[in-house]
Design a protein around this ligand. Structure first.
Ligand SMILES: Nc1ncnc2c1ncn2[C@@H]1O[C@H](COP(=O)(O)OP(=O)(O)OP(=O)(O)O)[C@@H](O)[C@H]1O
Ligand SMILES: [Mg+2]
Length: 256
């Protein structure tokens, strides 16, 4: 199995990376894609806070410290979402050695179709280790100039490190006149806006219940948008795999 490491990044914090990560994981799984979310926000990990901190054997912190293996640290949430959590313990807080992240993530190579890497915001050296470890990046922003400007920096830095930015997820859209619209954002960032997620109070309600909105309120407006985004991502993956197998067949002279 060819594993795609997809980092969910943003310039500005709090724009919805973790929400997008857990919901597209849930939605992609419903499209038959084996998907794992890795909470790579070692400083402020939120995945376990949104999904509930069930008893986990080990965390990404342990894997990075060499105390545990990645495959032993995968936890399956009752929604079906597979997660490698980060430690929420204060004693792990000062420990944020991102230099081993790439090596830790590579333990998932061949395990899943897609590894969704929930990132911490910004473009500092820690974030750059995430960009380097990823095959592709999806940048989340809200429709405000400050967030979009920060998204631009994320795109530039990721691309300067050789990782492609496949598109923008525009989150918390209310359709108000004062918001930047999809066309403006696409033109400004020179990237396709591949999903528009509406502002949806069900997202907060489901976080309180420790479930992805996609699982708890599958017909809500945001769930429908996550379903569409997952279909786009799953389809793109499949096309890539198709291309990969076609390339192989060509190498063996079976296809011209
Ligand atoms: N479409 C939405 N509608 C309503 N609330 C949302 C939406 N998306 C995210 N939120 C809320 O916004 C807050 C921030 O979301 P989230 O934690 O996913 O952002 P983040 O980018 O991961 O933040 P950080 O940079 O701190 O990691 C949360 O309270 C979440 O419930
Ligand atoms: Mg987050």
């Amino acid at each position: 199995m060819r594993t795609n490491f997809l980092a969910i990044a943003s310039g500005k914090g709090g724009v919805g990376k973790t929400t997008v990560s857990i919901n597209i994981a849930n939605a992609m799984a419903s499209y038959g894609r084996k998907t794992v979310v890795v909470d790579a926000d070692l400083i402020n990990p939120n995945v376990s806070l949104y999904l509930g901190s069930e008893k986990v054997n080990s965390t990404l912190h342990d894997v990075i410290k060499g105390k545990a293996k990645m495959l032993e640290s995968i936890y399956t949430h009752p929604s079906g979402v597979k997660v490698v959590p980060a430690s929420i313990s204060l004693s792990d807080l000062p420990y944020s050695d991102y230099s081993s992240l790439g090596r830790a993530l590579s333990q998932l190579d061949g395990y899943a179709d897609t590894v969704i890497v929930d990132s911490h915001p910004g473009i500092n050296s820690d974030a750059q280790e995430i960009f380097k470890a990823a095959d592709e990046i999806l940048v989340v922003t809200v429709p405000e100039l400050s967030a979009v400007t920060d998204a631009m920096k994320t795109i530039r830095i990721a691309e300067s490190l050789g990782t492609s930015v496949i598109g923008i997820v525009l989150n918390r859209v209310e359709g108000k006149r004062y918001e930047m619209n999809t066309e403006e954002i696409g033109a400004f960032l020179e990237k396709p806006v591949i999903a528009t997620i509406p502002e949806d109070k069900n997202i907060k309600k489901s976080a309180v219940e420790n479930f992805p909105v996609y699982h708890l309120y599958p017909n809500s407006a945001s769930s429908q948008a996550f379903r569409k985004l997952a279909a786009t991502l799953a389809g793109a993956d499949e096309e890539k795999e198709d291309g990969f197998f076609k390339d192989l067949l060509k190498i063996f002279g079976i296809l011209r």
